[in-house]
Ligand binder design. Structure first.
Ligand SMILES: [Zn+2]
Length: 622
């Protein structure tokens, strides 16, 4: 291992010295005027050397934790030098590497390419659906190539962008000048790292809402309709609180200014992707104006904003790679994503985006879902991070047995536990806020990366309060349960219980995400149309022979609907007759009899009066 690393470093240095000491400047022109057709055109001018000139299409996209650059959607490639078309060939061992045959005497290659944005609704992070008739998000990694031999920090890109007529835009990328009607934006020179880190949101309906001065913090929101941009005033007030509370939590910031780039559309991929000075977050068109959607998606922006500190500024050393070609290692995602998720929930409550009751109901759902994850018997939490490049793309079927990217939710429970231990050990004098001040805080800086290791996390925790943090995290990452880690909830003065009434948050999540949650009663999760997305091993539906991919047709002889299923569960409570489910499986129909008489079961947190109420304290605005 060591030897190959040294050889690699020597070869890299040789490649650098053999070329030129000055990193090249690349010019890029992107034409987004055909965004509604979902095709983007780009031209680049790249300084080059004669012979086999190697160019890369970005592969490991920061924040996506996987080699998922959308190279399949790269089309229309053409290379020329001095007007002459050049031959090129893809590398046989790596589909993201292109070899261009550059003639003697040529010092520059002109490249043309198209990016084919998904034409129908598809997920897949920033490579998912990103353009509609009214708006688009442009991620620069999709429309560029970069030369081999340089760090992305050292390459300079000078970008310009043409938008559809009349479309407005928002971006953290510093602007040099704009043409008439914003038709062509010329950006200031930026490193390739900054360019890829600075998407542009654009659309016919775009609203800018200022949240804070010094540094300027704003929301740039593009929507598929003007109506979607008119939520009640309290929404903007809560986002202003978010900025204030986050800055109090960390005590400093690491951006020049910050832009929440928010897409409101039913036709773009739904996700959030973090950047140093912005986030690319996408929710349903009416998720700001409708209260239920607003509550179901409230924690998205807090999560992505926290990443500016945790993930972008402080980044696991194994994820701080020099370019987009070197593989990332995801073993510390329990800090990168797990701590972010916990702090996101804390800020969602502190900002008022959720009431303390709503945040607790959300936490109860998280804990209950993890408590019904039998897959932990074979896959520990560490392996959910190590296998993240694959798990991000795993199907919903068998989720509870396969496990997914559980380091988000399970580490929300674990970091709550850390917060509770800090509060207990310091007798209330300290909290996770003190860790954040030390780890992510002063002095305020522009965007920069300060890498860390497992040891750095342990030693900073020990600076806050002395404790066996290494032992704590080793156990949390490697244990096999059987249940979820509930020490944080219980230590904070609350207990996870189940009753027959759904919380407002669970009902809202079902409505917003179109599923029915029978996980905690019969171990069955299904879509509103009856398609079974998962069955939980060891629970009544699985024991009766039902599996994911089948479709629920009828319940006790009556055509299925979510209400019919709920009523049957309720009516069967305490009885002796089996619950009969008629299920379709690969064109065959069969009735399965479930020996279940427990009624509906939904999770909640209830107060444990024998302990101080730390959770309410944690959720209080500072
Ligand atoms: Zn995240």
């Amino acid at each position: 291992m060591k030897l190959s690393k040294i050889l690699g470093a020597v070869c890299f240095l040789f490649a650098l010295s053999a070329w030129s000491a000055t990193p090249p400047t690349v010019f890029i022109w992107v034409d987004a005027t055909s965004a509604p057709r979902k095709i983007f055109h780009a031209k680049l001018r790249i300084p080059a050397t004669a012979g086999d000139f190697t160019l890369y299409y970005p592969k490991w996209i920061p924040g996506e934790h996987a080699p998922d650059g959308p190279v399949i959607d790269l089309a229309g490639l053409k290379f020329t030098a001095s007007g002459k078309t050049l031959k090129w060939r893809r590398d046989l061992l790596d589909g993201f590497t292109l070899h261009v045959d550059v003639p003697t005497g040529a010092t520059e290659v002109a490249a043309e390419l198209d990016f084919l944005s998904p034409a129908t609704f598809e997920g897949g992070f920033s490579a998912g659906s990103s353009a509609t008739d009214k708006m688009a998000v442009i991620s620069w990694n999709q429309v560029l190539l970069y030369p081999k031999g340089w760090k992305s920090d050292d390459l300079t890109y000078i970008a310009s962008l043409k938008l559809p007529a009349g479309w407005k835009y928002g971006t953290p990328l510093p602007i040099d000048s704009t043409g008439a009607d914003n038709s062509e934006i010329k950006f200031k020179p930026a490193s390739l790292s900054t360019l890829v880190d600075s998407p542009v949101i654009t659309g016919e309906y775009l609203k800018v809402v200022k949240l804070a001065d010094d540094p300027l913090t704003e929301m740039d929101i593009a929507a598929d309709s003007a109506a979607a941009l008119a939520p009640p005033q309290e929404v903007w007030d809560h986002y202003k609180n978010l900025v204030e509370q986050a800055n109090k939590l960390f005590g400093a910031h690491h951006y020049r200014d910050y832009h929440f780039l928010l897409s409101l559309s039913d036709h773009v991929a739904h996700f959030g992707l973090e950047h140093h000075e912005s986030d690319d977050s996408r929710i349903d068109e009416r998720d700001l104006v409708d209260e239920t959607g607003r509550k179901a998606t409230a924690s998205l922006l807090p999560h992505e904003y926290v990443h500016s500190w945790n993930g972008k500024y402080r980044r696991p050393a194994d994820l701080a790679t020099p370019d987009y070609q070197q593989p990332m290692q995801d073993d510390l995602l329990w800090v990168y994503e797990g701590l972010t998720n916990y702090l996101g929930t804390v800020l969602t409550a502190r900002s008022g985006l959720h009431s303390p009751d709503q945040e607790r109901d959300d936490l109860a759902l998280t804990a209950a879902a993890l408590d019904h994850t039998p897959g932990r018997a074979w896959r520990n939490l560490q392996d959910t991070a190590d296998a993240a490049p694959q798990l991000y793309f795993s199907p919903q079927a068998w989720h509870s047995w396969r496990r997914g990217t559980d380091f988000y939710d399970e580490d929300t429970l674990n970091w709550l536990w850390v917060d509770v231990i800090i509060r207990q050990q310091s007798k209330g004098a300290k909290s996770i806020d003190d860790f954040c001040h030390l780890f992510h805080g002063a002095p305020s800086t522009g965007p920069m990366v300060k890498p860390y290791t497992f040891d750095d996390v342990v030693s900073t925790l020990n600076q806050v309060v002395s404790y066996d943090w290494r032992g704590f995290w080793t156990e949390r990452l490697t244990n096999h349960g059987p249940g979820a880690p509930l020490g944080g909830i219980e230590g904070s003065g609350w207990k996870l219980v189940y009753d027959e009434t759904q919380s407002e948050m669970e009902r809202g999540a079902e409505g917003s995400f179109h599923f029915v949650d029978g996980a905690f009663s019969i171990g069955l999760q299904l879509r509103e149309d009856g398609t079974i997305t998962d069955t939980i091993e060891g629970m009544p539906a699985a024991l009766a022979g039902i599996g994911p991919g089948m479709k629920l047709i009828a319940v006790n002889g009556r055509h299925y609907s979510p209400e019919i299923l709920r009523e049957a569960l309720k009516a069967g409570k305490g009885g002796s007759a089996p619950l009969e489910l008629l299920v379709e499986n690969t064109d065959y129909y069969k009735t399965y009899k479930l020996d279940y008489h427990g009624g509906e079961r939904y999770p909640h947190l209830v107060r444990d009066d024998s302990k101080p109420d730390l959770l309410t304290e944690i959720y209080k605005a500072k």
